[in-house]
Design a protein around this ligand. Structure first.
Ligand SMILES: Nc1ncnc2c1ncn2[C@@H]1O[C@H](COP(=O)(O)OP(=O)(O)O)[C@@H](O)[C@H]1O
Ligand SMILES: [Mg+2]
Length: 225
């Protein structure tokens, strides 16, 4: 479903140049679950931003479901990002003035989904993430784990075929982090393709494949049982 060939990413110019990715190649099959590990600064987020069409590589190819992303115009790329990819970040990025339900519905507001359909979908996702009793609460009235569940529900709104999670448990205590991981594992079992960045090996446990990045290169690759 995803194929990355010899990806390079260089930030800045001249003296300030940073080679964030230096020849990364990988494949992720539909329904796959790839964990990406590696020290801070190794290029994990850079890779995720490229996979999520938030950023563009300097050289190399990124093929998403048979399409070379390089050949897409801006509009098609935005469509791909909004409709087929769900993002989950370490700092949840919820809008503080919107309730849980409104935060979940936001991507559907952007995509012009009619209110009735929006409410139906958000009700479904509130149920899935165990947040029904918190639907009308503001983020400030929710625990860290609940906020991350809102963010996950929001990521699922357009039924993305690819879920990208950048250290989703990084700001959570370990028990809450385990809950969030179980949720991601469940989504994967239901068919979602997942790329998970993490620095905790136990968090990567339910992944099917693991790569370790260092200085922008894959230094180890393993299939997990
Ligand atoms: N927007 C940017 N401009 C310049 N350098 C960047 C930028 N984003 C990341 N970098 C650099 O690229 C390298 C990889 O960063 P990143 O992908 O964020 O690593 P990780 O997520 O593994 O910590 C680091 O040296 C970082 O400082
Ligand atoms: Mg990072």
């Amino acid at each position: 479903m995803i194929e990355v060939n010899n990806l390079y990413k260089t930030y800045g110019r001249g003296e300030a140049r940073v080679h964030a990715l230096q020849g990364v190649s990988l494949k992720i099959h539909q329904g796959g679950f790839l964990a990406v590990m590696g020290p801070s600064g190794s290029g994990k987020t850079t890779l995720m931003n490229i996979l999520g069409c938030i950023d563009t590589q300097t050289t190399g190819d990124y093929i998403f479901a048979g399409t070379n992303v390089k050949r897409l115009n801006t509009q098609s790329k935005v469509y791909l990002r909004n409709r087929r990819i769900g993002f989950i970040f370490q700092s949840f990025y919820l809008l503080p003035s919107l309730t849980a339900r409104q935060n979940i519905e936001l991507p559907m507001v952007y995509s012009g989904t009619p209110p009735k359909e929006r409410h139906k979908k958000s009700a479904e996702l509130l149920e899935l993430t165990g947040l029904i009793s918190r639907a009308n609460h503001l983020p400030s009235e929710l625990s860290g784990g609940q906020r991350q569940r809102v963010a996950i529900a929001r990521a699922l709104v357009n039924s993305p075929s690819l879920i990208l999670a950048d250290e989703p448990t990084g700001n959570l205590d370990s028990r809450t982090g385990d809950d969030i991981m179980r949720m991601l594992c469940g989504l994967n079992k239901q068919g979602a393709t997942i790329v998970l960045i993490t620095h905790e090996r136990n968090v990567a446990e339910c992944a099917k494949e693991l790569i370790v990045l260092k200085d922008g290169q894959i230094i180890s690759e393993a299939e997990c049982s």
